[in-house]
Design a binder for this molecule. Sequence first.
Ligand code: AMP
Ligand code: MG
Length: 334
Amino acid sequence: MKKRFPAWVLALSLLAGCLSGCARQPVSRTFFAMDTVMTIQAWGRGAGDAVTQAIDCINTLEQELSVTRPDSQIAQANAAGGGTLSGDALDLVSQALELCEYTGGALDITLGSVMELWGFRSGDYIVPEAEILASALAQTGWEKVQLSEDALTLPEGLKLDLGAVAKGYAAQKAADLLAQAGIDRAILTLGGNVQTLGTKADGSDWTVAVTDPEDPSAACAALSVSGTKAIVTSGGYQRYFEQDGVTYHHILDPETGCPAQGGLVSVTIVAEDGLLADALSTALFVMGLEGAVSFCLEHREFEAFLIAEDGSCCYTPGLVGRVETELEQAVMGS
Ligand code: AMP
Ligand code: MG
């Protein structure tokens, strides 16, 4: 029988592990940004100021990147069919376009108008009519975006949506900022995006819970990670609506414009970089079970933990000995 770890047990064990392994109690701040409850914990001298700077950094990034804030660089570019990008908006769009290519288009940051049609922007959810969806989809495609130096050109009707990558980028930036401020131990939880910095004082690994897709208030697995890492989960259970008894979630297949249905319910990526992990968690979800496994076996610069629709999980060889779960499990490639 499947054993569930209530989220509070994992939260407490993480905290207890830290308290026993860390010299002092962390500075811990919980706040709301990017539509998500976020918590940053940092240990050591200057942690209070450093955490304040990290929160400011995330808030500033939200102002620059959000598609729903009319004054953000991205919203303005969407409204004007492009424009001049600067700073983080330029950096993120340019890196994200490379990641669209790297994932064979499974990640596609041009699905803004399709997300709007499904009501995922406004919250007024509706299954779009096939013809309307088809014409919106025809205007999408990351290859149609032109970025030359800082000049962005978007074809008519194409709207950027950085929802798949913005939090990972922000988490990495915030973690970098903490490191630059001299913090050598911290953990940032931005919804499904976790970022660890340094090691615990006793040298033991961080433990990160994987949410149970069937009961998001509980965890179905725990991953141990060492050192500075990004651990990012994408899952259909994170945002969805139901219509006529069918569940529609927010991760779209760029080929159909509909929620991806590749047999996965959750994808967790462990990588060195927050943006990479965030991009891949979304992209592998879109690729589906088979596609994701082949992608993982071809690209070894990250680890992946996948939960399939049948409730079983599989993971990359690099996670062997680092997974605690009662789910039926398999190691990819063996
Ligand atoms: P994540 O939670 O990181 O998997 O990102 C999901 C969000 O990314 C959605 O809410 C959309 O804003 C956006 N999105 C959905 N499907 C895709 C896709 N195939 N490629 C890029 N972004 C997507
Ligand atoms: Mg993502």
